[in-house]
Ligand binder design. Sequence first.
Ligand SMILES: Cc1ncc(C[n+]2csc(CCOP(=O)(O)OP(=O)(O)O)c2C)c(N)n1
Ligand code: SF4
Length: 239
Amino acid sequence: MSEYTAKDFKKGQPRWCPGCGDHFFLASLHKAMAELGVAPHDTAVISGIGCSSRLPYYMNTYAMQTIHGRAAAISTGCKVANPKITVWQISGDGDGLAIGGNHFIHAVRRNIDLNMILLNNRIYGLTKGQYSPTSPRGFVSKSSPYGTVEDPFHPAELCFGARGRFFARAVATDGPGTVEILKLLPITKVRLYVRFFRTVSSLMMEHTNRYIRKKAVPRMPFIWNMANRCCLVRKKNTD
Ligand SMILES: Cc1ncc(C[n+]2csc(CCOP(=O)(O)OP(=O)(O)O)c2C)c(N)n1
Ligand code: SF4
């Protein structure tokens, strides 16, 4: 039984838009950390730059918002300097897979026990809606007014291509599913990578909202663990 509650991990007042999926994810992270029972002073949360990368401000743990695309590099440094610390790395799809793509694949390959989280809204939120490496082909945005002509990354394929061993995804509004997955991360002790979809509220994100409803939600949240070849598909999709 853990001696902590979610309150022990909370700090500050989030500044995300009302209804942004980041609020849901943050609440799940607080809850999962409390249930895992690792002390706040043994935990570090490290991000790059982006809306999602503001998350460390709201953690009552060691926390750092660093520079764009470098969350994996600085998380690696933190973990190597003090392996006893549980490190949670937070990136958006822009931060983690565009400017930080190279750091991402090598951090997965090195397998130094980071809990890597990708908050994937398939767009650059903070800079007002440019397309990202996970935007679908044809996505109309400020940087692709006629639709993108590129195919997106599939984060799971990227993870396994870099010799990752564990991948899971959930919809951020599925609180219990998200907590369930987050609690698996520190105990699996294989390369870890989680992908979350967010639902978003601002008008700018409307396309993303539509996309998530039409295409992403029918695909169930799942967990894939290469170590024991198990694939758990959650039956209920709560988004
Ligand atoms: C070196 C550098 N290049 C570009 C930027 C501008 N910039 C800030 S956040 C961002 C992308 C954010 O997108 P994402 O990581 O998906 O996070 P979101 O805001 O969607 O949560 C960009 C391009 C920057 N801050 N630094
Ligand atoms: S701009 Fe988008 S990603 Fe950023 S806080 Fe608002 S809804 Fe969330």
